[in-house]
Design a protein around this ligand. Sequence first.
Ligand SMILES: Cc1cc2nc3c(=O)[nH]c(=O)nc-3n(C[C@H](O)[C@H](O)[C@H](O)COP(=O)(O)OP(=O)(O)OC[C@H]3O[C@@H](n4cnc5c(N)ncnc54)[C@H](O)[C@@H]3O)c2cc1C
Length: 488
Amino acid sequence: MTEEIYDICVIGGGINGVGIARDASGRGYKTLLLEQKDLASATSSKSTKLIHGGLRYLENYDFKLVRESLLERDRLYRMAPHIIWPLTFILPHEKSIRPFWLIRLGLYLYDFLSLSSKRAPLKFSKSTHLPNGQKAIQYQDLWVEDSRLVILNVKSARDMGATIKTYEAVQSTLWQKDHWVVQTEKSTYHARFLVNAAGPWVYRVLEQNNLRTEQTPSVRLVQGSHIIVDRLYPDNHCFILQQSDKRIVFSIPYEENYTLVGTTEIEIAGADQKIAITEQEKKYLLNIINHFFKQSLTDQDIRFDYAGVRPLWDDGESSKKQSARQVTRDYKFIEGPNILSVFGGKITTYRVLAEQALHKIDNLNIPKTGQKFYAGAWTDSKPLAGGDFPPDQKDRLILDFKSRFPFFSDRSCRRLVTAYGTDAFLMFDRGTGHDLGEEITTAEIDYLIKQEWAKTAEDILERRSKLCYHLSDQTKARIKNYMEQQKL
Ligand SMILES: Cc1cc2nc3c(=O)[nH]c(=O)nc-3n(C[C@H](O)[C@H](O)[C@H](O)COP(=O)(O)OP(=O)(O)OC[C@H]3O[C@@H](n4cnc5c(N)ncnc54)[C@H](O)[C@@H]3O)c2cc1C
């Protein structure tokens, strides 16, 4: 039997790995994606969920990164308007931290850097006041359902021929004659080129396989945590709370009933330790809320929390910098013979990161043995799954969905169209199946198993959706039972 040889094997099903797998499949590379757990199970579901230029990076003079991110902001909005939408930010002025003129100037610059012919219809910044008379500045960026952005990219890669394997950790990679032999816990694969997009584990993958060279930068692992509390205020805007330690903390209306507060920044030694919010981080965030919103919340008021790790590449300058806050969020590729490793990055820049990775790979003349859909760079204007509608037509789509599937309440219609966009219509083409409770139907669960690689109830409740924050324990148990019956 001749063994199947993939053109590219991507290690890591976070946003960077799946972005590269999608772009590569479109260009005709026969692509394999290997993820050790669930898609988006690491950093890419633990972010603050903003598609933003990164206002605070201006303070580090990271103008290139801000400009690139702002251009990506416009592109991503058009690619997936169901899971991405505008969010208004209010930045209260704190006299003792930064002068008002400096912040105003920063936002003029931010507006200026965002100028382009295809700018998303976001409002420019303006000065305003809080109800207590405090000066503030208002501006807009975008919100993204981070884990769904990952899934949509994988669907697109699969539709163009990529093979996707989840819950399959890469254990070793060995170059043999003219290709890599990639050993996972379940199988052996062969590929001509490797992409190491293992996020916080990028360094470990290189080290374990003796692929580290002098050029390999070190990574600084910085944990960021969020807490979720009951809704703190009725308005739909996000507050940016500046702190005297120069950090900023976001408070964002979240999942209707909650407020998401984050993020902290603490350096950790390795991504193998349990990644979880510390008591100290909880206290830090609670203090900030209590001070700004004049509340007296305690640990008991934290409904949920999550933590993620940023793999920031150490650009040499970084080690001289004192705080993780100042380390660049830009990305870097490290190339070795037949391997490319991704260091750093942001959700916001994943598409352009993938495009640049593919530009490098294209120059290596690796054979393209898959079906070729596009000749070169192609991802900047093609919608992601379910996103093939104009951004201002989402409410119209929800109404259409409601008239087609009157069985669902208005709330469910909004949830389904927000998660799946136009694909929500396909999901129920052959009926809704039966209701597992709270309008979660077997048709939806079947779809998530067959079309979105869901293998456990947690995959569905935490990453294909955010239903974990809404459903009763009974409904969650019924979903779990139903999935167990499917013998996945
Ligand atoms: C707290 C926090 C807030 C953030 N907020 C924002 C934000 O608002 N906006 C923004 O643009 N960016 C934000 N970021 C940055 C962004 O989340 C990350 O840059 C991005 O998610 C990194 O994606 P990744 O694919 O590189 O890594 P990951 O998402 O971590 O993916 C790497 C994957 O590789 C897999 N893997 C590792 N080893 C193996 C192996 N041996 N075999 C198979 N698979 C393996 C892992 O399981 C993992 O799924 C934030 C980051 C943090 C931590």
